[in-house]
Design a protein around this ligand. Structure first.
Ligand SMILES: CC(=O)SCCNC(=O)CCNC(=O)[C@H](O)C(C)(C)COP(=O)(O)OP(=O)(O)OC[C@H]1O[C@@H](n2cnc3c(N)ncnc32)[C@H](O)[C@@H]1OP(=O)(O)O
Ligand SMILES: O=C(O)CCC(=O)C(=O)O
Length: 391
């Protein structure tokens, strides 16, 4: 794929905070916004002005930090929301309009014609106030495609710079996502942002597919926070863009682990140990064949160098270990262990890992080796006795 620019718009402070039960303090918001900015995240959606004065104060405080990146706030396609946004000192507003029939008719009790007219009216109003505008197409994935194009066209005609394609319920697959974005790409000159949800575990894949289809921006959240199953995780999108398509999003990957830890604490949402890129165990290896391969050449079992995200490989002993890992464990303790001894130790490691569900401690390893040595000595003694008896 040719080299091109894809910009991250991180919405940890908006959709991320919409995760049920998550609420950031002002200090946490500031720390997260700063950390993302320092990591090179070029855009952040930092809140919802219509929520009230406290939320607006938080938005103003983040806006006053003088961050390098562009800041955006989220509004309904609503005069009162725009008015609230105007008092926040943020120059970029996402005006959201549901575009699926079920949302337009059942939720808003309006018509498609009303929705198109409101997009035109509200975008022009925001532009008149000097704001840059993105139109958020809520539930884009369930919208009639011709109407989706009409909504984006109306947004462009009124002066918006971006259309956000929201897979609000996370119901698309990557093939459908790419096709929808290609259709939009052909129909408008707007920036196109993908906003994917992970209900079917496809948020990152769908975001990448959107990029292949022509999306210019990707909405992400740290650790994949967000409504229900969450949004496309920042760390997954950034590392995937880099490794699959050689697209440098400008985000420093070495910062991803630290930012993940920060957001894990602030959100009080533990990150699963096997969470890709940032989980505590994703660079930990136990299986004998893998460890043996890694020790010979890391490329055998390494997707990417963990140092890229500020981490390193860890080798642990367990039920699936082989003798190469056993010998390495003793080497690290400064104890000699040859092949024969490693073969005798291995069943003890397997047994302990199964019973205790953890790797052996250094003391246990020493005890295993002593036991193995005494088994070997008595085997040698009985072999010698047999030899003498048969001589
Ligand atoms: C898919 C998404 O993530 S969209 C973002 C969702 N985020 C949030 O809802 C979090 C913040 N929300 C809030 O603080 C509140 O819901 C507020 C301040 C926005 C609104 O609060 P309330 O006025 O009490 O309304 P309430 O939340 O009960 O209902 C939502 C209202 O917005 C209307 N609405 C929903 N989406 C839109 C839209 N895009 N444009 C215009 N109106 C909309 C609904 O029809 C409903 O209208 P009604 O009050 O006339 O019946
Ligand atoms: O309308 C938008 O800006 C997107 C809102 C959103 O978070 C979603 O649809 O999931």
């Amino acid at each position: 794929m040719p080299s091109r620019t894809v910009l991250i718009n991180d919405t940890t402070l908006r959709d991320g905070e919409q995760t049920a039960g998550v609420a950031f303090t002002l200090d946490e918001k500031i720390a997260i916004a700063r950390a993302l900015d320092e990591a090179g995240v070029p855009e952040q959606e930092i809140g919802i002005p219509a929520m009230g004065e406290e939320e607006r104060e938080g938005i103003r405080a983040v806006a006053a930090l003088g961050l390098k990146g562009r800041l955006m706030v989220w509004c309904r396609m609503h005069d009162a929301d725009l008015k609230a946004a105007l008092s926040c000192g943020v120059g970029f507003v996402n005006l959201s309009m549901p575009v699926s029939d079920i949302h337009i008719t059942k939720k808003l009790k309006r018509s498609r014609a009303w929705a198109l007219a409101e997009i035109g009216r509200m975008v022009r109003r925001a532009r008149d106030h000097g704001l840059e505008v993105s139109v958020g197409g809520e539930d884009s994935s369930r919208a009639d495609t011709d109407f989706l194009v009409a909504a984006a066209t109306a947004a462009q005609a009124a002066g918006a710079r971006r259309f956000r394609f929201a897979d609000t319920l996370g119901v698309l697959d990557p093939f459908q996502t790419r096709a929808c974005i290609e259709r939009l790409r052909r129909a408008t000159d707007l920036e196109i942002e993908i906003h994917a949800h992970d209900d079917l575990g496809l948020a990152n894949a769908n975001s990448l597919a959107a990029v292949l289809g022509g999306a210019t921006h990707v909405n992400t959240t740290v650790n994949g926070l967000g409504e229900r199953a969450g949004n496309a995780p920042l760390e997954e999108v950034v590392v995937s863009l880099k490794h699959l398509y050689h697209i440098d999003s400008g985000v420093r990957t070495q910062s991803l682990g630290i930012i993940s830890d920060l957001v894990e604490r602030a959100s009080n949402r533990p990150v699963a140990v096997n969470k890709s890129i940032v989980g505590a165990a994703v660079f930990t290896h136990e299986a004998g064949i893998h460890v043996d391969g890694l020790l010979r050449d890391r490329a055998t079992y390494q997707t990417f160098d963990p140092a890229e995200v500020g981490r390193e490989h860890r080798i642990v002993l367990g039920k699936h270990s082989g003798t190469a890992a056993v010998k390495l464990a003793y080497e690290r303790l400064g104890i000699a262990c040859d092949d024969a001894a490693a073969h005798l130790v291995l069943p003890r490691v397997r047994s302990l890992a199964t019973r205790a569900k953890r790797p052996p401690t250094a003391d246990e390893l020493r005890a295993f080796l002593e036991a193995a040595a005494s088994v070997a000595a008595s085997a040698a003694a009985s072999a010698a006795a047999t030899t003498l008896a048969t001589a």
